[in-house]
Design a protein around this ligand. Structure first.
Ligand code: ADP
Ligand code: MG
Length: 271
């Protein structure tokens, strides 16, 4: 069994990659659930209008649900929208609804448009201490993702081991540098997770080797295998941790969570 000290400051990780379908949402909810299983208090912020993270955490998010949209645009306190996931008493979700699709454009004309999430989260955490906040970003580098980068201290990039993985990565790294310079000097790339790995293909192995060569300190040792159980779980409103805790995907996500938790915020800052 694993004993991990969660007594430090809240670690705020934004799960980002402007490519769609690389495992951002899957990694956000499964790492979050696994961390909660280790005893950490975890808040997932669903920043994607598709609401897939809210679905996977079993949290209602129909058009009438008060959501992260109301927080960003109407300045509703985050505490009014956060729901507990039925999966774990330590696991919480700030849901997204379809209204968030308009936020990208509505934010443009707002005051302090890049800082909306950071302000809301700061106020929330003062009254509701969390060990981890995990932000699930949409597949773009627009104002929603910029809000996530501004609110976070760590960037977590999932990389799919199938297509040319490093494509688009330099643009993402450039965005992170720009945020560090202008909005959030504390932001750093702490974690890269290789997802949907199929060890039988040479391409997957090549992709993994290439990413490890470029980012030796950030890539987790754990690799997430491609697994049908992982892709089935959301249709039951569950993470794979709850849906099939003994499956290879669940085991891998729990190992990834232990690795993430074992790196203290300070350690990952030194890298
Ligand atoms: P993103 O949030 O980056 O768009 P998702 O997490 O939604 O990506 O994943 C894209 C698709 O791939 C989803 O249908 C998801 O269920 C599936 N998927 C993600 N990880 C795995 C995995 N390890 N094995 C099998 N399918 C996966
Ligand atoms: Mg997603």
């Amino acid at each position: 069994s694993v004993s991990i000290d969660f007594s430090g400051d809240t670690r705020i990780l934004t799960v980002s990659n402007q490519k769609g379908g690389v495992g951002k949402t899957t990694s956000a909810v499964n790492v979050a659930s696994a961390l909660a299983g280790l005893g950490a208090k975890v808040l997932v912020i669903d920043l994607d209008p598709q609401g897939n993270a809210s679905t996977a955490l079993g949290v209602p998010h129909n058009a009438d649900t008060q959501s992260i949209y109301d927080v960003l645009i109407e300045e509703l306190p985050l505490a009014e929208i956060v729901q507990q996931s039925p999966e774990d008493e330590n696991l919480f979700c700030a849901p997204s609804t379809i209204h968030l699709a308009g936020a990208e454009i509505e934010l443009v004309s707002q005051v302090a448009r890049e800082h909306r999430l950071r302000s809301a989260l700061g106020e929330y955490l003062d009254a509701h201490p969390m060990d981890f906040v995990i932000i699930d970003c949409p597949p773009s580098l627009g104002l929603l993702t910029i809000n996530a980068f501004t609110a976070a201290n760590e960037v977590f990039i999932p990389i799919q081991c199938e297509y040319y993985a490093l494509e688009g990565l330099s643009q993402l790294l450039g965005s992170i540098q720009m945020i560090q310079k202008h909005l959030n000097p504390g932001l750093h790339l702490s974690t890269i997770l290789l997802t949907m790995f199929d060890g039988r293909t040479r391409l997957a192995q090549q992709v993994a080797d290439e990413v490890r060569t470029h980012f030796p300190d950030q890539v987790l040792d754990t690799v997430i295998p491609r697994s049908v159980r992982v892709s089935e779980a959301p249709s039951f409103g569950q993470t794979v941790i709850a849906y099939d805790g003994q499956s290879a995907g669940a085991v891998a996500y729990r190992e990834a969570a232990v690795e993430i938790a074992s790196r203290t915020a300070t350690q990952s800052k030194e890298k």
